[in-house]
Every structure is written in C-alpha cells, then in structure tokens.
Write a protein that binds this ligand. Structure first.
Ligand SMILES: Nc1ncnc2c1ncn2[C@@H]1O[C@H](COP(=O)(O)OP(=O)(O)OP(=O)(O)O)[C@@H](O)[C@H]1O
Length: 267
C-alpha cells in the first residue's frame, strides 16, 4: 500500500458545529504532505484525528491500513509509539536538560539500557546540530534551538509518521529555514512520512511534496507546490500571495454584526 495514512469521507463536528466535512486525503509513504488553510479551518483537528486524540462521527482514518480507533487503548498505544508529534506550543520540560528532554520518550516507551539511551539521544541531538548543547536547560538556549530540541524529541523513537503543527511559528527567518530543511532531511533519513500544518507558504512550498488547502472544513485545492503556485483558484491565490481580500473569511462564522448590535438588516 503506497499511502501510510488515508482519510476517507470524514465528517467531524464539535457538538452541533461541523468542523470537517467529507474529507478525502492521501499521505503517501516517504513524502512530506502539507495541510494549509485559514485560521480555524480545521487543520489541527485533522492531526488530532490521525493521532487518535478525538474520534470522527463518520468516515475513516487509516494508518498503515488499520482504522484509528481512540476507544481501542491497546491499539492506540502501539500506534502512537510510531507517531512523532511536534505541536505549536509543544514546550520542552523546563526543569530538564536538553538531553533529558530528548531521552524522555525513550524512557517512557522503551526499556533500553542507559548507555543505549545515551547513544540514541546524542545521535538525535547530532541530527539537529545540538549535541554540544545536551547539558543546557531550555532557558539557556534560543527559541530556534528549543524548536530543534523539540524536533529531536519528536523523532526519538524513529517514528513512521511525524506530525508538525505550525513548526515555524514565532521563529526568525533563519531559524525558519533551518527548521524547514531539518524537517525534510529527517523525513528522508528516517524514511518516514511527514504531515506539516503551516501558514508559512514560502518554507512549506520549499520542502513539501504535496499540499492540501483546507477552507471551512473542506479540501478546496490540492497539488504539488508548483501546481499551487500556478493555480488560478481564488482560495489558493489569496493564500499563496497573502492577499487580505478574497474568499478566505476573516470573521469567525456566526451572527452578523447588525444582529449583534440589534440594528436589523443583514450584514
Ligand atoms: N475542543 C474544542 N471544542 C470546540 N470547538 C473547537 C475545539 N477545538 C477547536 N475547535 C474549533 O474547531 C475549529 C477548527 O479548529 P482547528 O484548531 O482545527 O483549526 P486550525 O485550522 O488548526 O486553526 P489555526 O490555524 O488557527 O490553529 C475552530 O473553529 C475552533 O474554534
């Protein structure tokens, strides 16, 4: 099977508020797949459904051919061991050193002897260029370095799937480029499949093999970064060229301003 993750006819709502409707997405093995879209369009929700933190009302999420079922604790534990996640605010443990932060998942999920944990942690830190920062605390490193430590921690168990939620948020342009290159290099070195949620068109298009554009819980466009660059679709154009005006809504859906102000009419 070429797809490591497959989403089919997926519908998800929070209470009676529909968030995702009729989603179909493929995440082929070995590729970096980006999910882009406006704020609140449901990108993080997709990651949480793949990670089994929430369950869809209908449709399916298959990981390596098996349906993700959050109620099946045993299966979820085994699946999550093969997933690395780097969340937007995936903060490091501030009281632990860089070394101990990266060692954490190894200690949690394996019974490896200490000398092997040490070698694995140092190899992961070497991969992100921070082997010599192993003994520092998070307060002693920069924001860009902290993101790289979080990356080393996310790949500590050599995951099959690595999910990134806004990995470039809050980084300076140089750290952004470094992080983007690392995401691609680590994906290829580990032979994993990366799912990248990002707003940052430039960095994302440099490293992604394929891009999905989400708007209001639906896929509105998909293709290679080059196809997206050349797209004439108004959603894609607005997003790719960072235009303020276009179909991507600025307001959170709900009552009109006129209704809220009690002045009648429809805005
Ligand atoms: N626990 C929750 N309960 C109710 N609604 C939620 C919950 N989490 C998210 N939502 C809503 O679901 C919608 C999709 O959220 P999601 O976090 O997936 O969006 P996103 O595309 O990742 O947005 P952003 O880019 O701003 O992080 C949003 O409108 C949000 O308000």
């Amino acid at each position: 099977m070429t797809n490591l993750v497959e989403i089919r006819d997926l519908h998800f709502s929070y209470g009676d508020r529909p968030i995702l409707s009729g989603l179909r997405m493929d995440f082929p093995r070995g590729k970096v797949i980006a999910v882009m879209g406006g704020s609140g369009s449901g990108k993080t929700t997709i990651l949480r459904l793949i990670g089994g933190q929430i369950a869809a009302q209908s449709g399916s999420v298959l990981v390596d051919g098996k349906p993700v079922d959050p109620r099946d604790m045993r299966q979820m534990y085994a699946m999550r061991r093969r997933m690395g996640m780097l969340f937007q605010h995936g903060a490091l443990f501030t009281d632990l050193t860089v070394f101990e932060n990266v060692a954490f998942p190894l200690r949690e999920h394996t019974a490896l002897p200490e000398d092997m944990i040490r070698d694995l942690v140092l190899m992961k830190l070497q991969a992100v260029g921070l082997r010599n920062a192993a003994n520092l605390k998070p307060s002693e490193i920069s924001g860009g370095m902290a993101r790289r430590v979080a990356l080393a921690r996310a790949i500590a168990l050599d995951p099959q799937i690595i999910m990134y939620d806004e990995p470039f948020a809050g980084l300076d342009p140089i750290s952004m480029g470094v992080t983007a290159n690392l995401i691609r290099e680590l994906n290829d070195a580990l032979g994993s499949t990366s799912i990248l949620v990002s707003h940052d068109v430039h960095e994302t298009f440099v490293i992604a093999d394929y891009v999905y554009f989400l708007s209001q819980g639906k896929i509105v466009a998909h293709g290679t970064p080059q196809q997206m660059q050349e797209s004439t679709d108004p959603y894609v154009k607005q997003f790719v060229h960072a235009e303020a005006d276009g179909p991507v809504p600025f307001h959170y859906a709900g009552k009109s301003l006129a209704e809220d102000l009690g002045v009648g009419g429809r805005a």
